[in-house]
Design a protein. Sequence first.
Lengths: 147, 377, 348
Amino acid sequence: MKVVVAPEHSFASGTRRIVTVAGRSIGVFRMGDRFYGVRNRCPHQGGPLCLGRVLGDAVAEVPGAAEVSESVLLLACPWHGWEYDLETGQSFMGGTEPGVRSYGVGLEPGGVLSAELHAARTERVPGPYLAETFDVFVEDQYVVLET
Amino acid sequence: MIGAVDLSAEDRTEGEPLVRLVDSDVHAQPMPATLMPYLSVDARRYLERYGRRTHNDMHAYPRARGAGTRLDAWPAQPGAPPGGDPELLRSQLLDEWGVDYAVLQVLNALDCYDPADIAVELPRAINDWLTQAWLEFDDRLRAAIVVPHEYAHLAVREIERRAPDPRFVAVLMPANAQELLGSERYWPIYEAASAHRLPIMFHTGGFIRNLGAGPPSYYIASHVNTSPAMQTQLVSMVASGLFQALTNVRIVVTECGVSWVTALRWAMDSAWELMGPDHPRLERRPSEYIHDHVWFTTQPVEEPAEPQHLLYAIEQAQLADRLLFATDYPHWDFDSPTQALPRAMDAKLRAAIMHGNALELFGLRPVRSQPSPLATP
Amino acid sequence: MDVLLPYLSDYWRQYLEGAMIGLHGLIDAYPPGAPTSASERARSFPAPAVPSGYPALRERVLDEADAELIVLNCLTALEAHRNPYYAAALATAVNDWVRDEFLSRDERLRASIALSIAVPDDAVAEIERRADDPRWVQVLLPVRSELPWGHPSHHAIFAAAERHGLAIGLHAWGRPGQAPTPNGFTSTYFEDYLANQAVAQSQLVSLVCEGVFERYPDLRVVLIECGFAWLAPLLWRFDKDWKGIWREVPWVKQLPSEYVYRHVRATTGPAHLPREPRAIRQLLETIDVGRLLAYASDYPHDHGGGLPRLLSELDNERRDAVLTTNAAALYNRARPDRSPDRDGVSAP
C-alpha cells in the first residue's frame, strides 16, 4: 500500500513525521535527500522508537579518543536508548544469539542491503534486534511511504 | 497478559473491578520553584542563597539521555521536568497502562546532608506537595513518606505526622546514606515505620561515597554498581541484627533489580555456617531473615538472553511472594508492564508480581472503587 | 618479619624495627582465630597457619598435593602502606624472599609478583625486575582499591603485565584502612568477609567500562578468592545497560559479558553455593564454569564445602578444565593468540 505523507517541498531535511497506516504507527524521516521509514515500535519493549534521537555512530579506537562518524545513522529508542540503523532497522548490540528474525527489508534502487555490509560500515557485530523498516521515496513531488 | 488475583465474594462490591496492576515505583518531580511556597521564609532564603549542600553524585555521572528520563515523558509546559505534570503522568502512565495504584517516590531529599533546620523542612514540604498536588489529584496515587533520615528523631516526627493519611503507604529511605543502613542510628525510623505497618522502601541513590572499589568514571558503571552496593547494604542489615530486633519490620529494595539476590543469599548462608555462632545477632540463617523481611521491586528487571534463567533466580531466592512490579516511570530504564517480564512466567506468579504482593504489602484494597478510564488487556 | 629483614636496606630495617611493624600478612583479613582463616588441617600444624618457609610449605601442602604447578601468593604487601617508598621496598623484599625461599627450591612452584601501586612507575619497575624469570606468572593486586582498577592511572601496570604475558590477580581483601563497602566501614567480620564479592563486581565493571580489554587485548585477569556465583546476574544487568548507554563508553565495542568470558577468570573459592543439586545445576546453566573457573586450594583458608558439590555436577571435560587446563592457559606466560579462550565461543 502506498500512502502519501507530505509534499516533498514541505518536508525539511532533519525532520520527521509519524503517520498511521492500517493501524500501524510509522515514522518517516528525511535526512538530506534520503527518506527512511521505520515502525514506531521498538522491538525491545515496544517503546515509541520514532520519537528518539537520530545520531551518527560514535567510534573510539582507544579509550577516550571518541569521534562521531556519519557512516551510519542510528535511531535511538527514547526509552532505553537501544539503537537501530535508520536504513535497515538493524541493531548492533553484539552477541551471536540465534533466532534473528528478519523482516522484508525494503529494496533500494541499486541493490540489497545486508547485515554484513552494515557491520563493515560500523565495525560492529549485528545484533538480534531488528526494527521494521519501510520504503520511502519521492513520486511526482510527493513523499510516499510503501508498506 | 496481566492476570487477576482470586478474591472471595465478600471482598468486592458488585461491579467493582479487580486490581490488576500496582506500580510500586513512580517518580513525581517538583520543578525548582514548586516547593518554595511550602517552606518557611528562613529556609527559602537559605536555599536561595546557598543551595543544598548535597553530596549525591548526579553531577559526576550525567545520566545517559535526557537527564535520565524517557524522552517522550517531557511535559509541554516549559521548565516542567518528566514527572512534574500530574496530567501527563495520569494519561501516560495510569491511563495508558491501566495502573490501579502507583506509589510515588520523590527523590529530591534522598541525599539528606542538609543542616537540621533545612532537613526538617524540605521533606515536610515534599510531603505537603505530594498530598495537595498528587494524592488529591487522582485516587490511584499513593506515596512514600519522605523523611530527613540522617536526623532520626526528626524523621520519626514526620512519619507520625503523615501516618494517619492512608494514602501514604511506605517510608522512603535511600540505598546510600552516611552510615550503612543496618546502623542503629536509623533504627528509630524503622521502628516508627513498622509501628504504623509502613514498609520502608530503600531507593537507589542518596549520599554516595563510592568507597570499596573507589568511584567509577561513568554513569553506566555507577548504574551497574547499584547492585553490588545494595548487596552490601543487605549484609549490613542482616549483620546488625535489625531483623532480629524489629520482628515486624518490612523493607523494600527499590530500583536495584532482583536476580542478584540468589547468590547473595547463598554467600550469606555459607558465611553464617562458617562463623554464625560467633555473631550473636545472627541467630537465624540469613536467607530466612531476607525472606521474612525483604521485598524487591522488579525494575530494572534483568533480561538474560535465556529468560528461563530469570525464573531460576526468582525460584532459588524464594521471591515469588516478594516481588513488586515497578515501571520507574518516567526514567529511561522504564519497564513496560506488558513486555518486561518473561512470557514464560506462569499466570499465578505474574499476578502476584503485578499486583498481589503489593496489595498485601501496602495494605491496599484489591478492588478499585472507580474503574480506570482505560484498562489495557 | 625476621625472614624479610635481610632483604631490606639498613634504613628500612631500622624503620621496621623502630616502629615495631609486625608483618602478619593481612591480619585484618585473616584473624588467626577466625574459622575461615585456617582449615582444621592447617590448624593441626604449629602456628602461623600460613607457611613461612619452604619446609613448612612442603610438609603441609606440597607433599599432599596432587598438583603439577602451585601458584604462591604472598599477601604481605597488600597492606599498601601509605609511605610509597616503604611500600615499594617491602614489595621488592617480599619478592626476593619468595624467590629464594620457595621458587628456587621446587620446580613445581610459581608465584605472583607483589607490588606497591602507590607510584605506578615503581610498580612497573618491579614487574620489569621480575619479568625475565619465568617462575613469576602473575601480578598480585588487592581487589580493594581507592580508584577502581580500570581507571587510566593504573594502565601502566596492565601494559607491563600484558607485555610479559603475566596475569593480573585481584585478590580478596587488601587496603585495610579503606572502607570495604561503597557506603562505609563495616563492624563485623561477617560483613567484611562478604564485602569482597561486591568489590570484585565493581572492579569487573570498571575494567570493562574503561576499555582495559580493548587496550590490552592479551590481558588476563583473575579474581582470586572473590567467589563467582554472583557473576551471571551482574552480566545480565551490565549487558542490558550497555545496550542503552554504550555511547558513554564507545570504546566498549562488544557486550560486556563477551569481554569478561574472554579475559577474566575466577578461582574456585569461596564456593558459596546451595546444597540442592538441582539449584547447582541451574546455576551451571547460567555461567560457563568450564571457561571461568581455575582451581585454587586457597591454603590455608577455609570457606566451607561448596566446591565438591560443584565439581560433582560437572562432566569430565569441564572438571578437567576447572582443575587443570584453565589455570595452565592462564599462567603459561606465553603471549597467547588474540583469544586466550579455548574455543572462542561467546558468552551464554
